[in-house]
Ligand binder design. Structure first.
Ligand code: ZN
Length: 219
């Protein structure tokens, strides 16, 4: 019999998502984070800090409230939990956050250059260029505000000299968006070596995003 745990299903979903991050080459060992907000309780379920994903069980996930109190869990939560909370506070449309170290997207955080919209698929998933937040150490005052400000109403932001944060309505969507971001960063890097990549302008990107979101497929 399964033990009683708060937000059992969401814990399992957070763990499943975390396990898929190395599978897609987005993180290694214990890097990165997957976390989600339970819309009913408002609790946040996050992966623990510094533990290898393949050894984790749903019991190892941490449940915290919006004031960073640990509600359930014996491990320490992800070190950036204060940042995840800030994003959830600012964005009512966001119930999932993924942080990766995917190499092509991270490279743009190192050269401090935003990733423009260059393909239709990227426009469909990301809607607008991905900005780079000023570098911050986890103990710096602007560690929380710089990325949350640079994210704005977007779906992804690059932590300066670190890696991307991707947000979405649920974990499945956010994982797909994380993969799309890395693919786009890779394509952009290759196209820069071949010539001058053509960027989508704001209007083109929005048109693509709205069509894909509202009318594409079985909708
Ligand atoms: Zn990281």
């Amino acid at each position: 019999m399964k033990s009683k745990l708060l937000c059992r299903e969401l814990r399992e979903e957070v763990l499943e998502t975390a396990l898929r991050l190395p599978e897609f080459g987005l993180v290694w060992m214990a890097g990165g984070t997957a976390c989600a907000r339970d819309p009913e309780t408002g609790y946040i379920i996050t992966t623990p800090s510094g533990l290898k994903y393949d050894l984790l069980t749903p019991e190892d996930m941490i449940v915290v409230d919006m004031d960073m109190n640990v509600i359930e869990g014996s491990c320490r939560p992800s070190v950036a939990t204060n940042l995840w909370i800030e994003i959830y506070k600012r964005r009512g449309d966001v119930n999932a956050i993924i942080h990766t170290h995917s190499p092509y997207a991270t490279a743009f955080s190192v050269i401090n250059e935003p990733i423009p919209i260059i393909t239709e698929t990227q426009a469909n998933w990301l809607r607008k260029p991905v900005q780079v937040a000023q570098y911050a150490h986890v103990e710096d005052d602007h560690f929380v505000t710089a990325p949350a400000d640079a994210l704005g109403d977007g779906y992804a932001v690059l932590l300066g000299q670190h890696g991307p944060i991707i947000v979405g309505a649920n974990l499945e969507e956010t994982l797909e968006r994380s993969i799309t971001l890395e693919e786009a960063a890779k394509t952009y890097s290759i196209s820069k070596t071949l010539g001058n990549p053509i960027h989508f302008d704001e209007k083109q990107a929005l048109r693509s995003y709205e069509y894909y979101t509202n009318r594409y497929g079985q909708k």
